[in-house]
Design a protein around this ligand. Structure first.
Ligand code: SAH
Length: 345
C-alpha cells in the first residue's frame, strides 16, 4: 500500500503545480491553503467552497495528519497539560500556562530528546523523531482554542520549552514559526515567541544568519565548564567558550538580548564561585538571567537551593547591572512544569 502524503508537507507552489497538472484551476491553491492552515480542518470534506471532484482528488491522494488530544490534565493553578497523539502513534506534550497578563503555549519540537541533561525528565526518553512543522503548528492551534474556551482570553505567547531540543530540529521549527507568524496561518508576531535551547553553537549561528526575529533563551545552569559538563554532558563537545562565541555572533546579528535559564541546586552550583562565573559570563553579551525553580523528577537527587541562595544570586547579579528574575514553577501537580514532560501517563 502506498502511504498518502500529508498535504501540509507541501508548500504553496508545490500544491499549485499538482493541481494544475491534474487540470484543476490554480486559484484553488489559495483556497485549500486557507482551509488546511488558517481553518485547521481535519477532513477535505470540510472545505465548503471546493468542488466535489477536487475534494475526491484530494482524498485519494493526500491526508491531513492533525494531532489528537490523548489526555488533558488541569492543574490547580490553571495550567493545562495535553498529551497529544501524532499520526504514527507517538505521544508528545504541550502546555497552556495562564498568568494574570499572559497566556503562554509551551510546545514540543521532538519526540523525546537526544541531549542528556541529568536533571530533565524528557532526557530519559530516547529521541524517536523530529516533529513536522504542522505538528508543532497544531499544538499552538490547540492551545489557542483552549485559551478561548477555558479562559476567554487570546493566546499571547509561545515558548519552545516543551519536549526536545528545537535547534536539533531547526528546519521544521523555523517552518512552523513561519506558519504561526504568517497571515495565512495564525498571524502571531515573532516577538512573542521564545526558542529555548540547551545551546548548540553551530545552530545558533545559523539561525542568526537567517535574520530571525524571535527571542532566544539558553539553558545555561552553570558558567563553569566542567560543572556544566557534569550536569549537561553534551557540553563536553560544545563547550562554554564555543557557546559564548556563538551568542556573541547572535547578538551582533540580531541585537536581541539573550535570556539565560538557570536552576540553582544545593551542592551543585550554589557557591560564590558559581555566582561570579555567571556574572562574568553575562557581562560578555547583553543578557538577563531567569532563575528557574527546580521541579523534581523521578530517579534523580537534585535539590533546589534555598531561597537565601537565590536571593544572593539576584543581589550579586543586580549589583553588576544584570537583570535577574525568578520564574515560578507552574503545573507541578500534573508534571507539566519545566523538565517534567515525559509522557508519564
Ligand atoms: N531543550 C530546550 C528546551 C526544553 S527545556 C532547552 O534545553 O532549553 C526548557 C527549560 O527547562 C530548560 O531551561 C531546561 O534546562 C529546564 N529544565 C529541564 N529540566 C528541569 C527541571 N527538572 N526543573 C526545572 N527546569 C528544568
Amino acid at each position: 500500500m502506498v502511504t498518502k502524503k500529508d498535504i501540509r508537507s507541501l508548500n504553496e507552489d508545490q500544491l499549485k503545480e499538482i493541481l494544475i497538472s491534474n487540470s484543476f484551476k490554480a486559484f484553488r491553491t489559495k483556497q485549500i491553503i486557507h482551509w488546511i492552515w488558517k481553518k485547521s480542518v481535519h477532513g477535505f470534506d470540510e472545505m465548503t467552497n471546493i468542488p466535489s471532484n477536487l475534494i475526491k482528488f484530494l482524498e485519494e491522494n493526500f491526508v491531513i495528519n492533525n494531532i489528537q488530544i490523548d489526555r488533558m490534565q488541569k492543574s490547580s493553578d490553571g495550567t493545562i497539560k495535553n498529551a497529544i497523539k501524532l499520526f504514527d502513534g507517538h505521544i508528545v506534550e504541550c502546555v497552556l500556562i495562564p498568568t494574570k497578563d499572559r497566556i503562554t503555549a509551551c510546545v514540543s519540537s521532538q519526540v523525546g530528546c537526544s541531549l542528556n541533561c541529568k536533571f530533565c525528565a524528557t532526557a530519559k526518553l530516547e529521541r524517536m523523531r523530529n516533529l513536522n512543522p504542522d505538528e508543532i503548528y497544531d499544538q499552538v492551534v490547540l492551545i489557542r482554542q483552549q485559551s478561548e474556551e477555558y479562559f476567554d482570553r487570546p493566546l499571547t505567547n509561545i515558548v519552545f520549552m516543551g519536549m526536545g531540543e528545537p535547534l536539533m530540529n531547526y528546519k521544521n521549527v523555523l517552518k512552523s514559526i513561519e506558519k504561526i507568524t504568517s497571515k495565512s496561518g495564525l498571524g502571531i508576531s515573532q516577538k512573542r515567541i521564545v526558542v529555548s535551547t540547551s545551546g548548540v553553537p553551530k545552530m545558533i549561528k545559523k539561525i542568526a544568519d537567517l535574520g530571525v526575529k524571535f527571542k532566544l533563551a539558553v539553558s545555561l545552569h552553570s558558567a563553569i565548564n566542567e560543572k556544566r559538563t557534569s550536569i549537561m554532558p553534551f557540553n563536553e563537545k560544545m563547550n562554554l567558550s564555543e557557546l559564548q562565541e556563538s551568542l556573541n555572533y547572535w547578538y551582533k546579528k540580531t541585537k536581541e538580548i539573550i535570556t539565560y535559564e538557570y536552576v540553582v541546586w544545593e551542592g551543585v552550583n550554589d557557591t560564590d564561585a558559581d555566582i561570579s562565573a555567571l556574572v562574568e559570563f553575562c557581562k560578555k553579551i547583553p543578557s538577563k538571567v531567569n532563575l528557574i525553580q527546580y521541579n523534581n523528577i523521578d530517579g534523580e537527587n537534585f535539590v533546589q537551593a534555598s531561597s537565601h541562595i537565590l536571593s544572593k544570586y539576584i543581589k550579586i547579579l543586580e549589583s553588576n547591572k544584570i537583570k535577574a528574575t525568578i520564574r515560578k514553577s507552574r503545573g507541578q501537580d500534573i508534571d507539566a512544569a519545566c523538565g517534567q514532560l515525559a509522557n508519564k501517563s
